[in-house]
Design a protein around this ligand. Structure first.
Ligand code: NAG
Ligand code: NAG
Ligand code: NAG
Length: 499
């Protein structure tokens, strides 16, 4: 009996001591959450978003350590929509920049990097009027420089950069580069990276790791991250963002039916009727140049009348792509080389919204090709009032769901070459790990060297200092206590067996 007590006492006392150690000294070692911050302004073609990221101040090089702190949507259009409006683009950013000043602790302001990247909207403006696009960028730069953050310049990202940064974001958030293992070291997780599919307002990007020969050097991006080289295929299609695609479709329909005051649109809901101006709504874009009539009145109003015809819509949408004239062993479309898609993909931005509208409107889960087709057919036959009622979204978005869904279908299947088997490998997501999926995070990680080239051998993820010591002690004591309990149990069983 005395012997037993001697066993039980440590089994009870040790965890209690451990617990006390955990509870008692917390007041002394309580540390304020010391974070560093970074800001990215994503100046897209249709709108600008500001993202604030944060990470623990004592470490910065591990996957999953940078998280999204908050997000701010700039009111009004993208910065390219302020072409010809002096001061407009700069002023539009004020509210969000003020929010950043308030949200980030004052003593961190001067250490906080800020990046502004403009994408396809500004690429297009740069094609139309380079002087004006430079003026807009300079104006925006001056505005941001009046804030206390660490800021160099506002730039227009290339399609390649946009695609690669999106891929970095996706794989960083899914912890596909490195992972902090149980043994206390950074490890390369034994899994493949996943491809990124981005659909913006003016361009769309496809980026994935490939071992195939990339026949067009312009499509290769090599990234060295955490001691490993990733060979990416990336392609950005200008004018294949959803807004510019819709413009091209409208331009094609108007030209094909002859410029009249009324044009029939097979992708608009039946009996839906809207009025557009030939200039600002259709032909004032480099993307619709090939359909532009020699003479037309840009102020002319045309009423666009929907006929809600799935087959005709699909046929016209398909005509917007060119599937011949390939100078390589194989092409996606428009003569662009593409290796076969492989592995899993994440589709975000407008891909996500289209997928989510389709699901919401039809209650079809959409995980395979048949379901996708079925859902699009149903949506193309819906009235505008039923659509706005079911989704609570305004008609200005709903009128395009049939056209954009067909566009997404043709782009993924006939364009990129996904089939019955590979289509289900695409997940449609807006967020991962609490952060919005897009190029912004990848851009910040890259620009601030937070995804190092070298293998992070000596990086630490566990908290250091007294807290870690106490935690270690507690865990050790817990194991010792467990060991004792097990011994006593065996002891008792042995004695009982003997009786
Ligand atoms: C381009 O923009 C500038 C202002 O930055 C303007 O003066 C000029 O007329 C524009 N050019 C064209 C061709 O629109
Ligand atoms: C479309 O609307 C315009 C004016 O709102 C009207 O004149 C026209 O008849 C309508 N067309 C159809 C087919 O409903
Ligand atoms: C993170 O990586 C960069 C570049 O490799 C290096 O300069 C920096 O010291 C690293 N920071 C930490 C906390 O390991």
């Amino acid at each position: 009996m005395a012997l037993r007590c001697a066993h039980i006492i440590p089994a009870v006392v040790l965890p209690v001591v451990g617990l006390l150690l955990l509870v008692l000294p917390t007041k002394d070692i309580e540390m304020p959450p010391e974070h560093m911050y970074g800001i990215v302004l994503d100046a897209g073609s249709s709108h600008t978003s500001m993202y604030i990221y944060k990470w623990p101040a004592d470490k910065q090089n591990g996957t999953g350590i940078v998280t999204q702190h908050s997000e701010c949507d700039v009111k009004g259009g993208g910065i390219s929509s302020y072409a010809g409006v002096r001061g407009g683009a700069a002023k539009s950013l004020e509210a969000c920049l003020e929010q950043a000043v308030k949200e980030i602790p004052k003593f961190r302001h001067h250490q906080t990097p800020l990046y502004l990247g403009a994408t396809a909207g500004m690429r297009l403006l740069n094609m139309v009027n380079a002087t004006e696009s430079q003026r807009v960028l300079k104006e925006v730069e001056k505005k941001i420089q009046s804030y206390p953050f660490k800021f160099k310049e506002a730039t227009i990202l290339s399609g390649q950069e946009e695609g690669a940064y999106g891929w970095v974001t996706v794989n960083y958030l899914l912890e596909n580069f490195v992972k902090y293992g149980f043994v206390g070291r950074w490890l390369k997780p034994d899994r493949d990276t996943i491809g990124a599919l981005d659909l913006g307002g003016a361009s769309t990007q496809i980026t994935f790791e490939t071992s195939e020969k990339v026949e067009d050097e312009g499509n290769v991006t090599e990234l060295k991250l955490y001691g490993q080289t990733y060979r990416l295929y990336t392609q950005s299609f200008l004018c294949y963002g959803q807004d510019q695609f819709l413009r091209k479709l409208l331009a094609y329909l108007i030209t094909a039916q002859g410029v009249k005051t009324q044009v029939f649109h097979p992708c608009y809901p039946q009996d839906f009727n809207t009025s557009i101006k030939l200039g600002k709504d259709v032909f004032d874009s480099p993307c619709t140049e090939r359909y532009r009539p020699a003479i037309f009145n840009s102020q002319m109003s045309v009423s666009v009348v929907g006929t809600g015809d799935y087959q005709k819509c699909l046929g016209n949408v398909t005509k917007m792509f060119s599937f011949d004239n390939c100078n390589f062993s194989k092409c996606s479309f428009d003569g662009v080389f593409q290796p076969s898609v492989r592995g899993n993909f994440m589709a975000f931005s407008a891909f996500f919204f289209t997928h989510s509208y389709l699901k919401g409107l039809t209650n079809i889960p959409i995980t395979c090709r048949g379901q996708l087709e079925e859902a699009i057919q149903l949506v193309c036959n819906m009235t505008i009032s039923k659509m706005t009622e079911k989704t609570n979204q305004p008609a200005k978005f709903m009128k395009n769901v049939c056209a954009v869904s067909n566009f997404v279908q043709v782009l993924l299947m006939q364009g990129y070459g996904f089939d019955e088997h590979s289509l289900p490998t695409i997940t449609f997501q807006k967020k991962a790990g609490g952060a919005s999926v897009g190029w912004a995070l990848g851009c910040m990680l890259n620009q601030s060297s937070m995804v190092p080239e070298e293998r992070p051998g000596l990086m630490k993820a566990l908290p250091t200092g007294p807290w870690a010591g106490v935690l270690f002690l507690f865990i050790t004591l817990l194991f010792i206590a467990l060991g004792y309990t097990l011994m006593i149990y065996r002891d008792t069983r042995a004695k009982e067996d003997m009786v």
